[in-house]
Design a protein around this ligand. Structure first.
Ligand code: TXA
Ligand code: MG
Length: 324
């Protein structure tokens, strides 16, 4: 059931049921982080392998210490600058975070999302001593993340209806790609997953050089080779490659979906899925466009990949996994 009243979401979550919540990035499938059965239901609903850890969403900075201990100073400054907003910090976990949440690791992921309805829900839950909700993206595991309440309904509506869960409708998500996940266990940041907060912002706020992610860095399921994938086959091209295919009238283009910046014209026979004018718009429209291709039963999607920096880094990351 799709609802608009945050008070319903508070009741549902406080009683241990699941509620999809709007955030600025994508919709999350939320459960009381302190209730083991509720956390287990999140994995069941998504069909998510249990060793993939979850992000804890909190209302305000004062709940951070309940989850993470000994956060480095630079990470505190970054959180102050970015929250509420599309940043997730992974730091040393307190005993409050169960193994189900951390995937049995020593670290836990935490963020304050930037959506007025969800902040209201989190604040009221905090007053009820529910000091956070876990919330992975509210899609079936491996599928495209949802950026509207209807996307959640399409993926998880049946499960939620059968288990008295609800979807809180907060409109389309402003950013459209997930949060940037930053490892905060060293003396400088490591980006585990690029996202809504840019590399430039992180280095400017912290004044630190960003460390490279290594095979010793913690597992991030959003960095599996194949993830964020629609049914249709996704092919990534740069502008020159695309122009060449148009020029040579490659029959593969016929009937395929097209995702590209607005300046790229739609060749005859292709189905335009979105035409963003900036990297922000590209991020905002990407997941909806991938889902639209499946709704229209397209076999193939051609994507002209953005080459700029900023949030385009996250777009490229997701596209590579969608195309794998
Ligand atoms: O924008 C977002 O981050 C959205 C919204 C709903 O907040 N959430 C989201 O959750 O993208 P999910 O579960 O789809 O992706 C969370 C990622 C996973 O790749 C997971 O592996 C990683 O966070 N993660 C969670 N806890 C971690 C930890 N302790 N160490 C390393 N990675 C962790
Ligand atoms: Mg996800």
């Amino acid at each position: 059931m799709i609802v608009a009243d945050p008070a319903i979401a508070v009741d549902v979550l406080a009683s241990g049921r699941l509620c999809a919540i709007p955030t600025e990035t994508v919709y999350g499938l939320a459960a009381n982080a302190l209730n083991p059965q509720a956390v287990a239901a999140v994995f069941e609903a998504k069909n998510r392998p249990t060793n993939h850890p979850l992000i804890v969403h909190i209302a305000a900075m004062d709940a951070l210490d309940l989850w993470i201990h000994d956060l480095p100073g630079w990470a505190h400054e970054l959180a102050e600058a970015a929250w509420p907003g599309p940043l997730t910090l992974v730091g040393p976990s307190t005993s409050l975070a169960s193994d189900a949440i951390t995937g049995g690791q020593e670290t836990v992921a935490v963020r304050i999302p930037d959506h007025h309805l969800t902040l209201e829900v989190l604040t009221r839950l905090h007053e009820l001593e529910v000091h956070g909700v876990v919330a992975p993206s509210a899609n079936r595991f491996g599928h495209v993340s949802p950026t509207t309440a209807q996307h959640v309904q399409n993926d998880l509506g049946e499960y939620l209806a059968a288990h008295d869960g609800v979807i809180l409708d907060g409109g389309p998500c402003r950013v459209g790609v997930e949060s940037t996940i930053v490892l905060a266990t060293h003396n400088a940041p490591t980006i585990l997953r690029p996202g809504g907060i840019t590399r430039k912002f992180i280095s400017e706020v912290t004044g630190l050089e960003i460390l490279e992610s290594t095979s010793h860095s913690p597992r991030v399921s959003g960095t599996l080779d194949s993830h964020y994938a629609p049914q249709a086959r996704v092919t990534l091209l740069n502008t020159a490659e695309f122009d060449n295919q148009v020029h040579t009238k490659n029959p593969e283009l016929s009937g395929a979906g097209l995702i590209a910046y607005r300046e790229t014209a739609t060749p005859d026979g292709m189905v335009r899925l979105c035409a963003p004018a900036s990297a922000q718009e590209y991020a905002h429209e990407l997941y909806g466009a991938l889902r639209l291709a499946d709704q229209q039963d397209l076999d193939s999607i051609i994507v002209v990949v953005p080459t700029d920096d900023g949030v385009a880094e996250a777009i490229r990351d997701r596209l590579q996994r969608a195309a794998f």
